[in-house]
Design a protein around this ligand. Structure first.
Ligand code: FAD
Length: 145
């Protein structure tokens, strides 16, 4: 099974932004997204420079296309566990039974105000505590509402 340079867990604004930067840098990137962005109930976004009034779903559709234009992959799915592979990377386990290999992980599941459904056992990250990490193989990102 081939390994992704980075698997981004969560395909909202944060995850797609990260995937865009990484895919532009020619990294092999996969975004796994459960498809429930926190602003799903909102009909329009406001205060987002240049896109005021745009339906949030349209922003994500633009973002997905931009990521794909640089070769990034996006799949629908729910990540249920992250497991160190015993070497330098991780196995990303999905609810439907898929297992994906990753060198690096970026969790952008909007953990800042809801509990992350993703737990990591062993390895450099040993809990579900929300944190941002640098110089590790695991990081979380997202905005506070
Ligand atoms: C009602 C409402 C209205 C808002 N209006 C505005 C506005 O007008 N302007 C503005 O700038 N901001 C607005 N916000 C804030 C905006 O929604 C957030 O800043 C933005 O969505 C954060 O992006 P994110 O990528 O961090 O999280 P999200 O957009 O929530 O994306 C997280 C993604 O991760 C996925 N995910 C979660 N768990 C898993 C898993 N285990 N496996 C795979 N995928 C998973 C989710 O399904 C989701 O698609 C609003 C928020 C709310 C709640």
């Amino acid at each position: 099974m081939s390994q992704h340079d980075a698997v981004v867990i969560g395909g909202g604004a944060a995850g797609l932004s990260a995937a865009l930067v990484l895919s532009r840098a020619r990294r092999r990137v996969l975004v796994v997204d459960a498809g429930s962005p926190r602003n799903a109930p909102a009909a329009h976004m406001h205060g987002f420079l240049s896109r005021d009034g745009l339906p949030p779903g349209e922003l994500l559709a633009y973002g997905r296309n931009e990521v794909k234009n640089y070769g990034g992959e996006i799949i629908a799915g729910t990540v249920t566990a992250l497991v160190p592979d015993g070497r330098t990377g991780f196995w990303v386990l999905l609810g439907d039974g898929q297992r994906i290999s990753a060198r690096r992980l970026l969790v952008t599941t909007a953990t800042s105000y809801r509990t992350s459904p993703v737990c990591v056992s062993g390895g450099p990250a040993t809990s579900c505590t929300v944190r941002t990490a640098t110089d590790t193989r695991f990081a979380t990102a997202g905005s506070v509402c």
